[in-house]
Ligand binder design. Structure first.
Ligand code: GLA
Length: 695
């Protein structure tokens, strides 16, 4: 009754039309409040790319004594034969603590579980940096957090240099020459082409991290000119953006000599499923280009990795990297990763589940604490994503299809956004200045963020209810849950399933918060909490109405994985993929979103790019491609015995901290070394053999 009076007392008296009176109740969108002040601890030492590393030769090379013993026993070729013609040379002048010493272990704890080693066909290794220790990619972006703004561009890696043709349509890439996989087999363009042709381009294969042909631009081709030269051809001129996509995790070739013979194209009678699952985690010594090779696996217990004797990176005194002989991955939970890192029984954590911040801070404040903890910027963010496909992605049934239509309705998405009390949602995770109201899209505090281009629907249940009515939803049977209109899904209650990752308390808490906030709106939301790999598969398959998820890196740096900012290709977006007929039924504003992202990719002009990202932010937040929930800072926890941890290393920016800290360069000073190696004095054995080998 009061509401009614209020409406009449406002515009109602003059206009006397109830529908306008009703609309007057909708609180207008605004710009978001400024996030509470929270200073990041430690600023990077900004440098040029060439200050970090270059390729070249050195008068002599060194290796750990125990590795030299393998050479002396003729079990391993001499180091000069194992290294490429021109190894990648890290400059000691840029190392925070200088040249390191060999030995010790980084003890990781992870919540994921390895499915197997064929990440090219989509198998996860359990995350938490396991894959980053094994895979190397054409380019590298993790360390870009410390590269000067005017030199910001992907760093070389397996591709040591590249040049553009005059018209900008061709990019010639030179791979490191004479580098070898960890089993001694040469790494060549055959590995890159196998990844491209038989994994990225093969529609039956979905590589981990979602590389699709469009990840590198529609119509792009890749060929090998010789063993060490790749030729990219692009439709656009100078699409430099795609070089970022050649970094982790979308262009990291696996060993063709292992996987090619298993691929259905080359193995008569093999299925794609068999190809994907042919190399389970039990298969040890899978050849890698990364610094460490998996030599032991115990389900739900541990993965142990030993140094790769063929690793192709050195320091400028010729010491072959990595400095750490071993890395371990305890297979536990993500929350346990925080607990163990703080307690000193683990060595590393990305503190990212806000629920444990206060406790972790308290314990790390003690000067005797074994680990240091440093907060970065607010780059951990969560979004509620409605499934926007209306033409069959995920094969929806009648009810699900009716939800898809709702998801595609502007008033409906706005209603949901108005019904979310973001302040309360953030505070429910952690009290204090950590969380900030996040309307969606680019994060406050990042380079391309523009507050005035950010449309925020402030918490207002009234507005939400009005918009829901406009979307045609009313509680016709009086049971507290709104019904579809009579002609849709039999006029049933609106029930929506919400997919979230059960491996993280934060994901579950935020999803539960959303569920609770939908209740007064009369929308029944049912949790579908699945464990990591199952959740990922469900998302990839489009089998969800809504999902709550941690955002990808594209929303932070924008230049990394830019294609993922919108459904720029049929299989690129995790919220909107092509339907059963292979087409994307983009809504008009989604098409604008895609055009804006493509225009961003096509230009190098800094001013234009800034404008385009303002446009992007406006389109995203006004139309709610995703409904932002909260954003907050993460902290890197690292045991104090480690040296060469770069200042201001963020846990998540261009990549995760496992790559940002440049682990191959990290070491433990001699007086701090511990006897943590589980397989001391051993090296990886032959691919598929029982484990590490000793002399
Ligand atoms: C998981 C963790 C992150 C990070 C990444 C690395 O997603 O939650 O903190 O370790 O793995 O891939």
């Amino acid at each position: 009754m009061r509401k009614h009076l209020f409406a009449l007392g406002g515009a109602g008296l003059l206009l006397g039309v109830s529908i306008i009176a009703a609309q007057a109740q909708i609180v207008p969108p605004t710009t978001p409040p400024d996030p509470p002040k929270f200073d990041a601890q430690g600023t990077p030492n900004f440098v040029g790319a060439k200050d970090l590393y270059e390729y070249g030769t050195l008068p002599e090379y060194h290796e750990p004594d125990f590795v030299k013993a393998f050479v002396d026993a003729e079990r391993l070729p001499p180091i000069e034969e194992r290294l490429p013609k021109e190894p990648l040379i890290f400059k000691s002048s840029n190392m925070p603590d200088g040249i390191g010493v060999y030995g010790d272990v980084m003890r990781h704890v992870i919540g994921g579980r390895p499915e197997g080693w064929n990440y090219m066909a989509g198998q996860s290794q359990g995350w938490g940096g396991i894959d980053m220790g094994t895979m190397e990619c054409l380019t590298r972006t993790g360390p870009l957090f410390e590269i000067k703004a005017d030199e910001l561009a992907p760093l070389p890696n397996l591709a040591k240099s590249w040049e553009w043709s005059e018209d900008g349509h061709q990019l010639t890439m030179h791979l490191i020459e004479g580098a070898k996989w960890s089993d001694g087999v040469p790494f060549t363009t055959e590995d890159a082409i196998f990844y491209w042709e038989d994994n990225v381009l093969d529609p039956n294969v979905s590589p981990l991290n979602g590389a699709t042909p469009e990840t590198f631009g529609e119509g792009t081709t890749l060929t090998a000119l010789d063993d060490y030269t790749l030729l990219w051809t692009f439709k656009e001129a100078f699409p430099k953006q795609y070089i970022y996509q050649m970094a982790y995790g979308t262009f990291c070739p696996g060993p063709a000599h292992i996987f090619k013979p298993l691929h259905p194209k080359y193995k008569a009678g093999a299925t794609y499923d068999e190809y994907k699952n042919a190399i389970p985690p039990e298969y040890l010594n899978i050849p890698v280009m990364g610094a460490w090779v998996p030599v032991e696996y115990r389900p739900d217990d541990i993965v142990v990795m030993r140094r790769n004797p063929y690793y192709w990176k050195v320091d400028d005194q010729g010491n072959q990297l990595p400095y750490l002989n071993e890395v371990q991955y305890r297979l536990s939970t993500w929350a346990d990763r925080d607990v163990q890192a703080v307690a000193g029984t683990g060595d590393f954590s990305n503190l990212e589940q806000a629920e444990s911040y206060v406790e972790a801070l308290k314990r790390s404040a003690d000067p005797a604490a074994p680990a240091r903890l440093a907060f970065g910027a607010r780059t951990i963010g969560y979004t509620l994503f409605p499934n926007l496909s209306g033409n069959g992605w995920g094969e929806p049934d009648e009810r699900q299809q009716a939800i898809r239509e709702l998801n595609r309705n502007d008033d409906f998405r706005k209603a949901i956004s108005y019904a979310i009390d973001r302040q309360r949602l953030g505070e429910a995770l952690v009290k204090g200045p950590f969380t900030a109201i996040y309307p969606g899209g680019l994060y406050a505090g990042t380079t391309y963020y523009d507050k005035d281009s950010t449309v925020y629907y402030p918490y207002s249940l009234e507005s939400a209810k009005e918009l829901l009515k406009k979307a045609g939803l009313e509680d016709t049977d009086g049971n507290g849950v709104v019904n579809f209109p009579a002609g849709t899904a039999g006029g049933a209650d609106v029930e929506i399933t919400l997919l979230a990752n059960a491996d993280y308390q934060t994901d579950k808490n935020l999803a539960e918060g959303v569920i609770a906030m939908m209740e007064p709106l009369g929308i029944r939301v049912i949790a579908n909490f699945l464990t990591g790999t199952q959740r990922d598969a469900t998302e990839q398959a489009g089998k969800f109405d809504w999902r709550v998820a941690r955002n990808g890196a594209e929303l932070i740096a924008v230049v990394q994985n830019t294609v993922a900012l919108a459904p720029t290709g049929p299989q690129i977006s995790n919220s909107h993929r092509a339907g059963t007929d292979g087409t994307l039924d983009l809504l008009p504003w989604e098409q604008q979103l895609v055009d804006t992202v493509n225009a961003f990719i096509a230009t190098d002009d800094a001013a234009k790019r800034k404008e385009l990202m303002k446009q992007y932010q406006k389109l995203y937040t006004e139309n709610l491609f995703g409904i932002g929930l909260t954003q907050y800072p993460g902290a890197l926890i690292i045991n104090k015995r480690f040296a060469n941890i770069p200042a201001g290393a963020p846990i998540f920016m261009f990549n995760w901290a496992e790559d940002n800290i440049i682990r191959e360069r990290v070491y433990v000073p001699a007086d701090k070394q511990q006897n943590y190696e589980l397989h001391p004095n051993t090296l990886p054995g032959a691919p598929g053999s029982a484990g590490a080998e000793s002399l």
